[in-house]
Design a protein around this ligand. Structure first.
Ligand SMILES: [Mn+2]
Length: 327
């Protein structure tokens, strides 16, 4: 469903608006939330920003990020509408949010996202699967609302699109994504400054964690599958956090001949969060769905319980099946 008009009308009528996105947020989640929030403020809306996990340090440079609160209790009152960006499943906003959503405090709930869903979970939905990022949808939504896009809004939306297209490298880098990005640069977004802030600002602990994780590099199926492991003790040894594993999966993916790349991140003694990436031959979203996860064709995730060797076997056998159909 992509009804800009109905969503736009609901937003126009709202005075007090809560914006949120998924837990463990990425550049698109934060950038599109901040861009939309700042844009709506220029329309005179009272805007509140919430993310369960706050803003990751590499995104703290984004204008407005200091206003994101990580405790819902610290934001008082009732909202006319609640905008949930970059997140089709209200459950991913964080524990308890979905239950509270029906309490009447949050007004009309609106999901704005570029992912497909079979099971919409809000009152209204603005879903544009052709969009490269939620930031791209927000750009058009703000235009529909006649918001004048400031440099701060442009910076946030550019960061959102930059993140979700992998710096304009992934298959979702459409002509429209590039046109919107060009427009945002014209409005004052600086590609060089934004890229440097996001990609050349890693905490040392993250690189130390990567060094340990790279030791676990493993290839299988004639080099068509490659994986890394991030075990809990590696986090302890380096002082790194789970969020520091962001982007690790690009290392096995970058290897010549690899079709599917994985990172196994230990969440509990026998609990593994798996990130999957595909170069295009295997649809990793449907693969992840076998294990209760999901995502995009080329980027997906799931969580499996069991001993690592067993978890790998179960996943690899599904990947092998998928690879069998492709030369
Ligand atoms: Mn996104």
């Amino acid at each position: 469903v992509s009804d800009f008009k109905e969503v736009g009308e609901t937003i126009k009528k709202s005075k007090r608006v809560l914006l949120t996105s998924h837990e463990n947020p990425d550049g698109d989640a934060i950038g599109s939330m901040l861009g939309l929030g700042l844009g709506l403020e220029s329309l005179g809306k009272e805007v509140f920003l919430y993310n369960k996990d706050g803003v990751p340090s590499h995104l703290e440079f984004l204008p407005g990020s200091d206003r994101v609160r990580s405790a819902l209790d610290s934001i008082p009152g009732v909202f006319d509408s609640t905008l949930i960006v970059d997140c089709t499943d209200v459950g991913r906003v964080g524990e308890g949010f979905q239950d509270e959503l029906g309490s009447g405090r949050f007004g009309t709930s609106i999901i704005i996202d570029h992912h497909q869903t079979r099971k919409p979970s809000a009152d209204l939905h603005l879903l544009v699967p052709d969009a490269s990022a939620t930031g791209e949808i927000v750009y058009f939504l703000l235009r529909c609302l006649s918001v004048e896009l400031t440099k701060d809004v442009a910076t946030n939306l550019f960061a959102a699109i930059l993140s979700d297209t992998g710096s304009f490298q992934y298959s979702n880098t459409t002509p429209q994504a590039l046109r919107v990005a060009a427009e945002l640069v014209e409005l004052g977004a600086s590609p060089a400054e934004i890229s440097q802030a996001i990609y050349e600002n890693e905490p040392l602990r993250k690189i130390r964690l990567l060094a340990l994780s790279i030791e676990t590099l493993e290839v299988a199926e004639d080099g068509r599958i490659a994986s890394l492991v991030v075990a809990k003790d590696m986090l302890d040894r380096t002082g790194a956090s789970r969020a520091d594993t962001e982007g690790f999966v690009n290392i096995p993916r970058s290897i010549k001949g690899v079709e599917v790349a994985l990172v196994f991140r230990q969440e509990g003694d026998a609990l593994w969060k798996v990130s999957l990436r595909s170069k295009g031959k295997v649809n990793v979203a449907s693969l992840a769905e076998n294990f209760g996860g999901g995502g995009h064709e080329r980027a997906a995730g799931c969580t499996l319980s069991g001993e690592l060797g067993d978890v790998k076997r179960r996943l690899y056998s599904k990947i092998k099946e998928a690879l069998c159909w492709k030369a």
